[in-house]
Unconditional design. Structure first.
Length: 359
C-alpha cells in the first residue's frame, strides 16, 4: 500500500471537518436546558466527530510512522508551521485588541512549541518521541502489544466512559493525559500496520457501528436523565466532549479501517487539500482567537433556538474549513516550500548526526 494515497488523505479531510463541527458545538456558548428539542439533539450529534477525528488523525500517524525514521527536515517543517500560526494569531489578536492577549499568552505565543494549541503541542511532542516509541513497539511481541492495547482500552476508555457519566461521582481519568492518549492512538495505528493484514472493511463497518450506536444510546440516556434530574444538563455533550470515550475511539478507529481498506485512486486535489488540514486546526482553534471567532464573528449561541441552526452550522463549518484551507495553501506555496528548499540541504547534514545517535 502506497503511503499518502488518497483514501487516507480523504479521511484527513473528513476528520478535520468533524473537528470543526465539534468546535462549533462545544465552543458555541450554547445554553442547554433539560427539555429535549430538535436543535439540542442536532448539536449533540453534530459534535460527535471531533474527538473521533483527533483519534483518527493520530492513528494515521502511527500507521505511517511506525516503519519510518525521524527526519530532521520534517520536524523543522512541523515546528515552522506551528510557530508561524502561533505568531500569526498573536498578531491577529493584537490587532483586534482581544483580552486574551496577556503577558503569559504573549510569551507562550512567541515560543516555537505550540503552547497556544494543545493539539499542535502534543503532536509536536509525539513526533519527537517516535524514535523511542517505534523500537519499543517493534520489540514487543504481537500478543503483548495487543494485550497492552486491550488493557489501556478498559482502563482509560471504557471505565471512565461509564463512571464519569454521573456528576455525583468524582471525575477520574486514571492519569490519562493528552500526550498519553496520542501515544495510545499511535500504537493502534502501528499495530494495524504491523499485524493488520487480516483486518477487513467489514471490521471497520462493525467498529464504526458500535461507536455510533453506543453514542446514540448514550445521548438518549443523558437526555432522559436531564429531564429527571437537571444536574445532567451539564452532561449534554458528554458523549462528544468528555476526554476520549470508548465510543468516540470506536468511531475514529472504525473510520480509519474503512478508509484504509477502501479502493480510492490517487486524486491530486484530495492530497492537496489534506495537506492543509493541520493548518486549519492551528488557525481556528488557537487559544487567543477561538472564543472571539465563535462568539463575535459567527455569534453561534444566538442560533440555539433558531430553525436555521442546522443550515447555519453547516455553512459556518464550510467557511472555517475553506478559509483555513486557503490560508494554509498559500503558506505552503509561498513560504514553506521556498524556505524548505534553502534549509533542507543544511538539515540533511544534521540528519546524518541524528541518525548515528538513534541507530
Amino acid at each position: 500500500m502506497r503511503e499518502r494515497q488518497s483514501n487516507i488523505e480523504l479521511l484527513r479531510i473528513i476528520a478535520m471537518i468533524g473537528i470543526v463541527m465539534h468546535h462549533f458545538c462545544v465552543h458555541g456558548s450554547f445554553t442547554f436546558t433539560p427539555d429535549i428539542t430538535v436543535n439540542k439533539i442536532f448539536l449533540q450529534f453534530f459534535s460527535l466527530f471531533g474527538k473521533a477525528g483527533v483519534a483518527a488523525f493520530v492513528i494515521i500517524t502511527g500507521y505511517f510512522m511506525i516503519n519510518a525514521k525521524f527526519k530532521l527536515h520534517k520536524f523543522a517543517k512541523l515546528v515552522g508551521q506551528i510557530w508561524f500560526y502561533s505568531l500569526a494569531m498573536l498578531g491577529v489578536a493584537l490587532v483586534l485588541g482581544l483580552d486574551t492577549v496577556t503577558s503569559t499568552n504573549i510569551i507562550k505565543s512567541l515560543l516555537p512549541i505550540g503552547a497556544m494549541s494543545w493539539f499542535g503541542q502534543n503532536f509536536l511532542v509525539l513526533y519527537l518521541l517516535t524514535p523511542f516509541i517505534n523500537p519499543i513497539i517493534h520489540r514487543l511481541q504481537q500478543n503483548y502489544l495487543r494485550l497492552l492495547l486491550l488493557i489501556g482500552l478498559v482502563i482509560w476508555f471504557l471505565t471512565p466512559t461509564i463512571l464519569n457519566l454521573f456528576p455525583q461521582l468524582p471525575h477520574t481519568t486514571f492519569g490519562f493525559k493528552h500526550i498519553f492518549s496520542f501515544v495510545y492512538f499511535y500504537a493502534i495505528g502501528a499495530y494495524i500496520r504491523l499485524y493488520g493484514e487480516s483486518i477487513t472493511q467489514k471490521t471497520g463497518v462493525i467498529v464504526t457501528s458500535i461507536g455510533l450506536a453506543g453514542s446514540t444510546l448514550g445521548i438518549i440516556l443523558v437526555d432522559i436523565l436531564a429531564m429527571i434530574n437537571p444536574i445532567y444538563v451539564t452532561q449534554t455533550l458528554y458523549f462528544s466532549l468528555k476526554d476520549y470515550g470508548v465510543f468516540l475511539l470506536a468511531i475514529g478507529l472504525g473510520a480509519f479501517i474503512l478508509f484504509l481498506k477502501s479502493n480510492i485512486a490517487y486524486r491530486s486535489w484530495i492530497n492537496t487539500v489534506a495537506a492543509t488540514t493541520f493548518g486549519i486546526y492551528l488557525i481556528h482553534d488557537n487559544g487567543l482567537f477561538a472564543r472571539y471567532m465563535w462568539d463575535h464573528i459567527f455569534y453561534t449561541y444566538q442560533y440555539y433556538d433558531s430553525l436555521l441552526l442546522p443550515i447555519y452550522a453547516v455553512c459556518v463549518v464550510a467557511i472555517v474549513f475553506v478559509v483555513g484551507m486557503s490560508i494554509d495553501y498559500l503558506r505552503i506555496q509561498f513560504l514553506e516550500k521556498p524556505l524548505m528548499q534553502h534549509i533542507t540541504p543544511i538539515l540533511e547534514q544534521g540528519q546524518e548526526w541524528v541518525q548515528r545517535h538513534l541507530d
